[in-house]
Design a protein around this ligand. Sequence first.
Ligand code: ADP
Length: 477
Amino acid sequence: MKKILFVSSEVHPLIKTGGLADVCGSLPIALAELSQDIKLILPRYQSLKITEEVRFLCTVRVDNRNVNILETRLPGTQVTVLLVDYPSYFNLPGNPYVDELGEPWPNNAERFALFCKIAVEIAMDRAYLDWKPDIVHCNDWQTGLVPALLSLEYERPKTVFTIHNMAYQGLFPKATIYDLNIPGPLWHIAGLEFYDKLSFIKGGLVYADFITTVSPSYALEIQTAEFGYGFEGLLASRKASLGGIINGIDLGHWNPEVDPYISQTYTATTLTKKRPNKAEVQRQFGLAIDDKIPLFSLIGRLVEQKGIDLLIECLPEMMSMNLQFVLLGNGDKAYEKQLQVLADEYPNKIAIKLGYDEVLAHVIEAGADIFLMPSKFEPCGLNQMYSQRYGTIPIVRKTGGLADTVTDTLPQTLAQDTASGVVFNEASAGALLEAIKRALILYNVPSAWKKMQVNAMSKDFSWQRSAAEYLALYNNL
Ligand code: ADP
């Protein structure tokens, strides 16, 4: 059994701004189920959705500040959560990173440095908890100083640093190092310095014993200039200690067999029951209710990362084909407007809903035939996994987690019963359009299509599988 301290700035369902919270709320539970002794540590924000009892544990003193450590449990579980209680930094309205107006907190460096230093005190068992972890598992830039500070300690735990998205790096002006009391030995270009600035993420990338990302393909991609944000050289130099582990999905919440949000539940052996769900999507989006017309869909943030521009370029050409397209999402106003214009121009074929709607996301996953995910980059991605679980065939670009979780449909993969989607390479509208045409051809061969659906629905996207990989990594360290 390993003792694991799991460090994250957000954990679902206590607090969530993005996919990081989902991973940090699920992986620790799966590790606990594998009989590991795991404790999470999280700042005590004002908006935490605490449901279990909270008790005071101790006061830790760092940088002349007294910080209280509280203890609760992850809602509905036995997993311990340590809360770093420092009200002037964390007991505020707004979210973990920005204030109510959406502006980054001006003292984000101080806030997350304090969080990191407390995690180090606990990791070194200097907080009188009588518990010293074997592994400290850190996530994204907010926790990057933990591996750096621990590197200076004698008889320290091993450190793992997981990159959920390289696009966020925690970069601050050089003078911050004095405010934060960063030890001198960490300040150099092979340390925390990044072009004369302080980089939190570099603390993880340089000093962690092992670095992971959320898919094997993304682990390779971030070693190239296109995806590495200037860290590609450093990451390439660490490639022996860098790997990818695909996230799991919440199989209870995303399960067509019991999903309470959909018109008709179904399984891989009752796929005809998918039909009423398709009719429901067509009804809710005001499209003709017709089972024969292939129904394409997209759910997600409307941002450049997701390849929305490629889709917008394709849509006019798609209008000459026999298909319908529904979209649920919000994001860049320019994309929203262009999509609205197209929906107004082709009301019989395109229907969109701009907004965030968890229930409708389930309805679409259950009812659509095809799900589009033409992302420019995708560290892991969840929707392509949800789609496969619902027998909704994904069309994805071959990048990051999309490349690792969707098997292209070719004569060979059909024969091997692995084909589960349509995969294209180039980030261009032309390549996406070719993939769409290929999907339409397959859709018209019911025996092939059904095979793809069954293959997709039988894939293992469980957190148990991911957790077993993390545990193997911890044991190797
Ligand atoms: P990312 O984390 O980059 O946004 P993922 O595919 O990993 O992309 O996860 C996105 C998650 O957010 C999925 O659970 C998806 O269903 C959900 N989602 C995104 N936009 C919407 C929306 N407009 N309505 C409902 N769910 C959404």
